[in-house]
Design a binder for this molecule. Sequence first.
Ligand SMILES: Cc1cc2nc3c(=O)[nH]c(=O)nc-3n(C[C@H](O)[C@H](O)[C@H](O)COP(=O)(O)O)c2cc1C
Length: 352
Amino acid sequence: MQIGPHRFTGRYFLAPLAGVSDRPFRLLCREQGAAFAYTEMVSAHGLIHGNGQTESYLDRDPSESPFAVQIFAAEPEALARGAEAAVARGADLVDINMACPVKKVCGTGAGAALARDPAAVEAAVRAVREAAGVPVTVKIRSGWDARSVNCVEVARAAEAGGAAAVALHGRTRAQGYAGSADWGAIRAVKRAVGIPVLGSGDVWSAADALRMRAETGCDFVLVARGACGNPWIFRELAAAERGLPPPPAPDRDEWAALVLRHVALQIAHVRRRRPEQDPEAAERAAVRALRAHLLWYTRGRRGGAAFRRESGALTTAADVAAALERHFPGGGAAFEVDPAAPPPAAGAGDEA
Ligand SMILES: Cc1cc2nc3c(=O)[nH]c(=O)nc-3n(C[C@H](O)[C@H](O)[C@H](O)COP(=O)(O)O)c2cc1C
């Protein structure tokens, strides 16, 4: 269970998620048992020119080792310089995003657009590997659209360029985050390359993640939307890997404690990024930034609808704590999950 020289204690990772897989959420998922977690995608150009927002993406907990930074750009030279900058700031592994579907990114030739040309993929991986001196992985989609599914060719090109692993999201760029992921593509890539393969797409539950491994033979599984509002998915997976029975779902108090810890971690994250900012303004910014997570945590739970109506007005950690008390009072039956609740929408994925 290794990528390059890095050994992992498990096969279930938190996927790169723009606006989601920041330092606080990565830490929470790792505490629950995620064996590894990628940063959200970071612009290689931003890394080279070093702006404040880009720096915040590189903020990591001291326990995060190895530390994996995902970068995006179109040109091998920019990717190479961006990777160097990421390594200079502590990255032990660099992932190249060749999967992002949004126009703003693809329009520059980066993200999923880069993977339209396998020769460009090979050149990008080679340039980054030579510049960075750390293992390089790539994240790709099954293809640009249904008529141009090229993931096997692209994965082989990445391997030829020296990639240490390839992650495949089994949807085309045209699908975005809709429709179902093609796990057959993951199986095909696993058969085609000798490097480890990470599977991604439609992992909504621990059972899905286990089934993806069994059906595709992939070495690792990336949990993406299935972890949003449910970092406990990783403790189920960690138990399954050890052959243990599924742990109980968090009870109301454990759930509320994690939500409030997320709020506290987010406030500390914002304050580290903007030490000059008034602490109360930083707290307000942190709670605002957490709104999507708060909706995910409360989705499908009894009391969730009333909480959601109020959530836009929450501005401090104390507000969140009081709203949780009000809408999710302690005690068994009051804390229920509605299994028919819809899965999280791509949401911030519009940026990715
Ligand atoms: C909100 C959101 C943000 C995402 N950001 C990134 C990103 O920064 N880099 C990346 O490679 N993939 C990104 N993805 C794609 C996920 O890593 C994953 O491949 C995809 O969601 C499929 O898995 P799922 O169907 O289990 O959610 C993002 C997806 C979502 C929903």
